[in-house]
Design a protein around this ligand. Structure first.
Ligand SMILES: Nc1ncnc2c1ncn2[C@@H]1O[C@H](COP(=O)(O)OP(=O)(O)OP(=O)(O)O)[C@@H](O)[C@H]1O
Ligand SMILES: [Mg+2]
Length: 233
C-alpha cells in the first residue's frame, strides 16, 4: 500500500479519498484566476508546516512578488528559513540573464534534481508547465522529457503538482496519461452567482469524490467544502 501524504489544504484531502500518494505527480488545471497558483502554493506552505521542504518553480511571476499574493500562513517565513525555495525562470529586473532557452525540460530536470538532492525537498510545484510544453512542436520528445522529470521526482520521493493553464490537461492527452491524478479548478456561473469549484478528474489507485465541490479563496487560503455547487436556476 502506497503512503498517503496529506496535502494539508482544507478539504482537498477529503475529495482525494484521503490525500495524495507520496512520490506521485498530479496535474492542476483551470482557466485564469481559477486558484491554481494559490492552491499549489498552499500545498507547499502546509507541507513546510509539516516538516516537508518545498520547491516552487515558476515561469510567471518574479519570486519577490509571490509572498505578497499569498495572504495566509507564513510564506515569507518559510522562504527565509529555507523550508520553501522559490525558483523563477524569469529573471528579476536588473538581472542580465534573459536566456530562458536553457530552461528546456531537460535543463529544468537537471536543475530541479540539484535542488531536490541538496535541500531534501519533498514537495515540488511547477507553475506553470505550459511555457515548457510549448517549446516542443513534436509530442514524442515532450513526452520523453516529461517522463524523465516525473521519474526523477518520484525517485526522490517528491510529491509534485504540475499546473496547467487551460480547461484541462486533456487538451494534451499524452500529458494527462503521464500524471497520477488531475484536479480541475473552475467557476460555475448561474444567473445570479458565480461559484468556484474543485473536482478530482483522475486519481490513480483510490476511490475519490467524483463531484464538483464548492471552493472558496479567502484570507486563510483555500477551503474546499462538501457542498455541490448550484447549477442553473
Ligand atoms: N485574499 C483573497 N481573498 C479572496 N480571493 C482572493 C484572494 N487572493 C486572491 N483571490 C482570488 O484568487 C484569484 C487568483 O487565484 P490564482 O492566482 O491562484 O489563479 P490562477 O489559477 O493561478 O490564475 P492564472 O492562470 O492567471 O495564473 C484572484 O483572481 C481572486 O479572485
Ligand atoms: Mg497562476
Amino acid at each position: 500500500m502506497e503512503e498517503r501524504v496529506k496535502s494539508g489544504v482544507p478539504g482537498l484531502d477529503d475529495i482525494l479519498g484521503g490525500g495524495l500518494f507520496r512520490g506521485q505527480t498530479y496535474g492542476i488545471t483551470g482557466g485564469p484566476g481559477a486558484g491554481k497558483s494559490i492552491l499549489s502554493m498552499e500545498f507547499l506552505v502546509r507541507g513546510a508546516e509539516r516538516g516537508e521542504r518545498g520547491l516552487y518553480v515558476t515561469s510567471e511571476v518574479p519570486a519577490d512578488k509571490l509572498a505578497r499574493q499569498i495572504p495566509f500562513g507564513s510564506l515569507q517565513g518559510h522562504i527565509d528559513n529555507g523550508d520553501l525555495i522559490v525558483f523563477s525562470t524569469r529573471p528579476l529586473p536588473g538581472e542580465v540573464t534573459t536566456n530562458t532557452e536553457k530552461f528546456d525540460l531537460a535543463g529544468l530536470t537537471y536543475m530541479v534534481k540539484h535542488y531536490v538532492r541538496n535541500n531534501d525537498i519533498k514537495r515540488v510545484v511547477f507553475d506553470s508547465v505550459n511555457a515548457f510544453v510549448q517549446q516542443y512542436d513534436d509530442r514524442r520528445p515532450l513526452r520523453r522529457e516529461l517522463n524523465n522529470l516525473v521519474a526523477m521526482l518520484e525517485s526522490y520521493g517528491c510529491t509534485t503538482l504540475l499546473v496547467f493553464e487551460g480547461d484541462s490537461a486533456t487538451s494534451d492527452p499524452s500529458v494527462e496519461f503521464l500524471v497520477d491524478g488531475v484536479i480541475e479548478l473552475g467557476r460555475i456561473e448561474t444567473h445570479q452567482d458565480v461559484v468556484r469549484y474543485a473536482q478530482v478528474r483522475k486519481m490513480r489507485g483510490t476511490a475519490h469524490d467524483l463531484n464538483k465541490r464548492a471552493m472558496e479563496i479567502g484570507e486563510q487560503g483555500i477551503l474546499i467544502t462538501n457542498i455541490k455547487p448550484f447549477y442553473g436556476d
